[in-house]
Ligand binder design. Structure first.
Ligand code: 5RP
Length: 220
């Protein structure tokens, strides 16, 4: 899958135009995109980054990282996904960066999603749905999600068994056992629970273009 990720990322470079400020997502697929962006750094103004991880990689390659408050709306956002359905609706947040990713997707005119073929599904939900929550609301939100969906929210832990802390200082619940037949409705419902910061469903603002890496990259 590594080669497929690289291929999708290289294809996404075709959407980058001279002088652009590029919205940049997070993850192993995006890492290939950042590397490709580094090769054309003198032709772009800079990037808006969705995570500390991507910021470090961008800066290491000499790409200016800009504040979204100063840039205003962006023309282009490039990011990966954990799952993608035939309507270009996504599950994201496997890298815990979903909130900033959602903000940049909303601010961008075009969202190009880069995936390997394993990410394509007919119905979203096999990948546990990440939900970023305010720490004090973790148990409350978990109980409400269980009552609403009968699916199982699990507090995400790191390799040392400590609760994962996002770049925004929050916790992540991964919701296991969903079969999401109406992603817009579920996204809207979960967004209403007090303490939810962001839901890793990108259905209300789905991708505009999906590039699937493979023997030849396919653009959907
Ligand atoms: C991070 C994300 C990533 O885009 C998603 O997890 C895919 O990652 P990868 O490209 O490493 O498979 O949403 O929050």
């Amino acid at each position: 899958m590594t080669e497929a990720k690289r291929q999708a990322a290289e294809k996404a470079i075709e959407y980058v135009e001279d002088g652009m400020i590029v919205g940049v997502g997070t993850g192993s697929t995006v890492a290939y995109f950042i590397d490709a962006l580094g090769r054309m750094r003198d032709r772009i103004q800079g990037a808006v980054s969705s995570s500390e991880q991507s910021t470090q990689r961008l800066k290491a390659l000499g790409i200016d990282v800009l504040d979204l408050n100063s840039t205003g709306p962006l023309s282009l956002y490039v990011d990966g996904a954990d799952e993608c359905d035939p309507h270009k609706r996504l599950i994201k947040g496997g890298g815990a960066a979903l909130t900033r990713e959602k903000i940049i997707a909303e601010a961008s005119a075009k969202f190009v999603c880069i995936v390997d073929p394993a990410k394509q599904v007919d119905v979203l939900g096999r990948f546990p749905l990440p939900v970023e929550v305010i720490p004090m609301a973790r148990s409350l939100v978990a109980r409400e999600i269980l009552a609403l969906t009968q699916a199982q929210p699990v507090w995400r832990q790191d390799a040392e068994g400590r609760g994962v802390v996002t770049d925004n200082g929050n916790a992540i619940l991964d919701v296991h056992g969903l079969s999401i037949t109406d992603p817009v409705a579920l996204e809207t419902t979960l967004n209403q629970i007090p303490g939810v910061v962001a839901v890793g469903l990108f259905a209300r603002r789905s991708a505009d273009v999906v590039i699937v890496g493979g023997e030849t990259a396919r653009v959907l």
